[in-house]
Design a binder for this molecule. Structure first.
Ligand code: SF4
Ligand code: SF4
Length: 215
């Protein structure tokens, strides 16, 4: 899931400084789960904008905001409200906001900061899990990502700086390599670590990337 966090309201108002009529979009998937772009957050945003003197011409939760065909079709149904608007406030991730911006003609402003690809541990608690490196290493690391969860993205074992199981870079985090070692040990797979890994091919993560599936 793409984890996002709502921007401070002052920053959002700053974007909209010279815009009076606002159309709000949300997203049914990640931003709804992150509580940054579901129906409830849109209603709250509408209320705050109206209290700040803005007019909200309409809103919709896109399903999802990163699917260009769906976004185009959904926004077609909101044609009149969009025509009344000077700007769109997009309550999705950065990808969702770019998708909306590619479909509408008026300015689109992001309501959220996009943080990382991660998992929901419990409601309101999100942890980064994957940097989309382009060649997944989890098959030999017992399902713990060394690229994301090790602060130095090391591939051939720990840096040696961990203390009491915690990472020397951020002592709140468990050392990823201790986690990897312990899980491989539990699974009787420690031999996996005897193989020296080649330097990682980061050209696979050179952006912007694209993938075309099929014909
Ligand atoms: S190895 Fe790469 S693709 Fe796999 S979880 Fe880590 S960052 Fe993501
Ligand atoms: S202490 Fe562990 S997690 Fe932190 S940088 Fe070193 S090997 Fe990576």
């Amino acid at each position: 899931m793409i984890i996002s966090k709502q921007k401070p309201f002052e920053e959002i108002l700053n974007f909209l400084e010279d815009k009076q009529n606002i159309f709000i979009t949300g997203c049914s998937l990640c931003a709804t789960s992150c509580m940054t772009g579901g129906k409830q957050q849109i209603d709250e945003m509408k209320e705050r904008l109206e209290q700040s003197g803005k007019t909200v011409t309409g809103s919709t939760v896109l399903d999802p905001s990163c699917h260009k065909l769906q976004v185009r079709a959904s926004l077609k149904k909101c044609k009149a409200e969009l025509e009344d608007a000077d700007a769109v406030l997009c309550m999705a991730c950065g990808d969702g906001a770019q998708t909306v911006a590619s479909v509408v003609k008026i300015p689109v402003y992001p309501a959220n900061d996009t943080l990382f690809i991660g998992e929901i541990e419990r409601i309101g608690q999100f942890y980064e899990a994957c940097k989309a490196c382009g060649q997944c290493e989890l098959g030999w690391t017992a399902g713990v990502c060394p690229i994301t969860k090790c602060a130095k993205s090391l591939l051939n074992g720990p840096c040696g700086g961990a203390k009491n199981g915690k990472c020397e870079v951020n002592v709140e985090n468990d050392c990823a390599w201790i986690l990897i070692y312990n899980k491989l040990k539990e699974q009787d797979l420690l031999d996996t670590l005897l193989e020296i890994k080649d330097p990682k091919d980061y050209s696979k993560a050179a952006n912007p990337r694209k993938l075309v599936v099929g014909r």
